[in-house]
Each structure stands twice: as C-alpha cells, then as structure tokens.
Design a protein around this ligand. Structure first.
Ligand SMILES: C[S@@+](CC[C@H](N)C(=O)[O-])C[C@H]1O[C@@H](n2cnc3c(N)ncnc32)[C@H](O)[C@@H]1O
Length: 284
C-alpha cells in the first residue's frame, strides 16, 4: 500500500472529494485540524505507480505503508446521475462500460466522465445544478431556432461543455488554468462523441475575451469569480446568460454584490447544501 499526501487550503476540500469520487484505485482521506485553514489530503493506493501518478499531477509526497488489512478502503464507482429527462452522467471509461450504460438508460443521452484527476463527474451539487440549468436554457434557445454558443470557464472534466454540445450548441469552448483539466476535457470530449468542442489552457483572471457567448458558465470558486467579473461580463453576448456556481452560501451575498457592481443582473439563485448557483444577464 502506498499513500500520496499533500497539505491544501481547507476551501478545496470539496474539489479533492470530487476529484477522487468513483476512483477505484485510490481511496481519499481528508483530515482537518481544529482552528486551522489547512487540510491534509491523502490517497491510499494499491500500487506505487498510481500514487506517483497522483504526485506527478498534484505535487505532494508518496510513502509506503506497512502490510495491513486494507479491505476497509475498498471503494465503488458512484451511481449514475440523472439530469432532467435528458442525461445520465456516469463514470464509464471503456466502450464496453459505455455500451452497458446505454443499454441501462436507453431513453437518455449518456455523458461519460471517468473519475479522473479533474473536477466534474456530475456528483457535486454545483455541477449538477449548472447541468440542469443548461438543459432548461438549451430547450428555450433551441425553440428559437437560432444557433447558440457556449463557454465553460473552469471546465474541469469538460462536463458542462460536453453537455452543451450534446444539447445542440453550434460552438462550444472550455478553458481551465490546470493543464491536467484541459487534457482530460479533450479526452472526455472524444469519449463522448463531441470532438468539436475545443479546450484551452487559460487563467480566467488573466483572460481577455475576444468574442462573446450566448451562455457563459463559470463553476469556479467565489474568489476567482469576484476577481474575474469584468472578463465574465464582457464575454456574454447581448441577450446572453451568465451562470455562476462554486459559491459557498456564506460567500454568496458578497460575491453577488461584487457581480452586481460589475454589471451582473441576477435572475435566479439556487441553493443546494452549502453551495449557491446564480443565473442572470448582464447590463448592456
Ligand atoms: C469547481 S471546478 C468545476 C469543473 C466543471 N466545470 C464542473 O462544473 O464540474 C472549478 C474548475 O475551475 C478551475 N479554475 C480555478 N481557478 C481558475 C482560473 N483562475 N482560471 C481558469 N480555471 C480555473 C479549476 O482548475 C477547476 O477545474
């Protein structure tokens, strides 16, 4: 047994959980310390190769553990997530797993997102909420008959961008500042038969949008949203929609006030657990 470990800011706790959810060859343990803003993130792996691959992606250290009974660490793939009547998001990796999911859910489109080292398997409240909103928005846009474009800022696994392409967007682009997320998003786009979706490595905080999008989704954390509001607002096409998520309930008031100052007009907020998602337009 090998253990990868790393100290992290406590605010990333959910992101670590999501990254490892469904991973069958690495079991996550997060330890917090009273009064500290730091957590210890550990992944218990059967092989050194797996532990080292996590270290390669995320830094940290790897150590070997003495022989013990590790049966308690066995984990299972998370159940598929249904989105409205439209999608099932599952962690299928191989063609055989995909075929099995298609057989199990013949009336839904499958989005296959293996639980890799990028956020976004659909199990997190923020992703699930944005996916549902996306399905609703697409329905209205498709009724209008006009082509529509979507941008996924902080794409993680690429799940939102892939969903937009499946929902009929004429052009979809995603970005993330994490090179692993960009690579995994491209792999997932191929896996899901949406190869035209493009992904770029970009730090949203340094981004200067060159064009606009009818739907801009940004499931990033509140501090990034607050700092990036000028770019976010600028990237929304006239009459378009901005969806923000990854906002902790305790931060929502301040975050949305910052958005309002920058020109974000909130039309709807949805709270799920400790997370808030906001949907709105932008001032012309
Ligand atoms: C909460 S995850 C969302 C992933 C996916 N869009 C979803 O909805 O499940 C946030 C993503 O934003 C990315 N991110 C955080 N800060 C960023 C920044 N400044 N620029 C670009 N991406 C960023 C992270 O790497 C991570 O993949």
């Amino acid at each position: 047994m090998f253990v990868w470990s790393k100290l992290s800011a406590a605010k990333w706790s959910d992101a670590w959980e999501e990254r490892f959810s469904g991973s069958t060859d690495a079991t996550l343990v997060i330890s917090s310390f009273p009064g500290k803003q730091t957590i210890r993130v550990e992944a218990y792996c059967a092989t050194e190769k797996r532990a080292k691959s996590i270290q390669k992606e995320w830094g940290g250290s790897v150590r070997q553990l003495k022989q013990q009974n590790w049966a308690a660490h066995a984990s299972q793939a998370p159940p598929p997530v249904k989105v409205r009547e439209k999608f099932v998001v599952c962690t299928a990796r191989t063609n055989a797993e995909l075929a099995k999911a298609r057989k199990e859910f013949p009336d839904r489109e499958i989005i296959a997102v293996p639980a890799d080292m990028a956020f976004g398997t659909g199990h997190h409240a923020t992703t699930a909420t944005v996916l549902r909103l996306l399905v609703d928005l697409a329905e209205d846009l498709n009724k209008s008959g006009k082509p529509w474009r979507m941008a996924d800022l902080g794409c993680g696994s690429g799940i939102l961008a892939i969903a937009a392409a499946k929902l009929g967007a004429s052009q979809v682009w995603g970005c993330d500042y994490d090179p692993a997320a960009v690579r995994i998003s491209k792999e997932n786009a191929e896996r899901n038969d949406t190869p035209k979706v493009s992904f770029t490595r970009i730090d949203v905080l340094k981004w200067q949008p060159k064009k606009t999008w009818d739907i801009v989704a940004a499931n990033i954390f509140h501090d990034v949203l607050e700092a990036a509001f000028p770019q976010l607002i600028q990237s929304v096409a006239p009459g378009g929609v901005l969806m923000l998520s990854g906002i902790l309930r305790t931060q929502a008031k301040d975050c949305l006030a910052a958005g309002k100052r920058a020109g974000f007009v909130v039309k709807k907020t949805i709270t799920k657990g400790k997370w808030v998602t906001a949907l709105g337009t932008v001032k012309a």
